[in-house]
Design a protein around this ligand. Structure first.
Ligand code: BDR
Ligand code: CA
Length: 319
């Protein structure tokens, strides 16, 4: 079983990714950390607790993570995920409190306790992972692997023409993590923009009266409204993009994607392109440059979306 530390900003698709992992027989969620992004970090932590409770994972610790990015003002995305981060369907506050340590401290402690064993899945801005790296410079050697949802290369961004949300919310953190020497796979918008859950997919889910199907339908309604209006000319039907579930699926089954190796850089100072992710496709990198010193990461370029959608659906409709 993969032992997973999850870093997340639930967030509708984050919540669905947690449900995906909870249903996966090969996944063991060791701990969850929240981060600012879709909503504020304490709200994201509450939502993570709610989702874990729903699937009976009441022992999994949830830590509140960074409340703001490393060097810019906090910006959240309630207009996409709802005021409560779960499309207005979060319900009453959960009884379980987050743990006292921070999400970054939790990552470091667990990585030291289980060297070489843990997979870190980052589904939000990379602030906690960057802070963890600052606390423990050996982190890249202590973790088995890191999988991040983030970035946009040939695909346009989803915040502006260049920037994907998780990178845009904290470009400095993303740059630190992508240059940090991790065994890292990046799942960018180029593949997640194909993870469209359309009306037939949702009809199947809403047609089942299981607790998870009811929850997924309720939290997705607002998110689907937003995506349907944003992409109405492209998609022509109601639906939404399941970014984070695709990253979770790719973590669990690396062969579900194909990859290209790049040294990924984050634009930190562009007037119009701050938060863009850049790669050099010239086929050579000049020795001695900063870029040359950077360990390449594997960027997902294709992914088996139908398999992810099928497994996501099975997780929701199972009794
Ligand atoms: C990413 O940003 C958030 O809106 C989603 O939860 C996902 O992690 C997609 O760009
Ligand atoms: Ca997310």
């Amino acid at each position: 079983r993969k032992r997973i530390v999850l870093d997340t900003d639930p967030g509708v698709d984050d919540a669905l990714a947690i449900l995906y992992l909870a249903a996966h027989p090969g996944a063991e969620i060791m701990a969850v950390g929240s981060v600012h992004g879709n909503v504020r970090a304490p709200v994201a932590a509450e939502n993570a607790v709610r989702v874990l409770e729903l699937v009976g994972l009441t022992e999994v610790p949830v830590a509140v993570g960074a409340r703001r990015p490393l060097s810019q003002a906090l910006r959240t995305a309630e207009f996409v995920h709802g005021e409560d981060g779960l499309g207005g369907a979060a319900g009453p506050p959960p009884w379980r409190r987050p743990v006292v340590e921070s999400a970054a401290e939790q990552i470091v402690r667990l990585a030291r306790q289980h060297p070489g064993e843990l997979s870190l899945l980052a589904l939000g801005p990379l602030t906690n992972v960057a802070l963890a790296l600052m606390l423990e410079p050996r982190l890249p050697y202590l973790l088995r692997e890191v999988v991040c949802m983030g970035g946009a290369f040939d695909a346009p961004g989803n915040i502006n023409a260049h920037a994907e949300a998780n990178v845009w919310h904290d470009p400095e953190a993303a740059e630190l993590v992508l240059s940090g020497g991790f065994e890292l796979r990046l799942v960018p918008l180029d593949v997640t923009e194909r993870a469209w859950a359309g009306s037939t997919w949702f009809e199947t889910v809403t047609g089942h009266d299981t607790p998870l199907a009811r929850f997924a339908s309720a939290i997705s309604r607002h998110y689907v409204d937003v995506y349907s209006s944003l992409l109405k000319d492209v998609r022509g039907e109601r639906g939404c993009l399941l970014h984070d579930p695709l990253a979770a699926a790719i973590l669990m089954d690396p062969s579900m994607a194909t990859y290209e190796e790049y040294r990924v850089m984050v634009e930190l100072t562009g007037t119009h392109s701050r938060g863009a992710t850049l790669v050099d496709r010239r086929g050579f990198v000049l020795p001695g440059t900063e870029q040359h010193r950077r360990r390449p990461v594997r960027v997902a370029v294709t992914a088996d979306v139908p398999v992810m959608l099928e497994k996501m659906q099975q997780a929701l409709v199972a009794v």
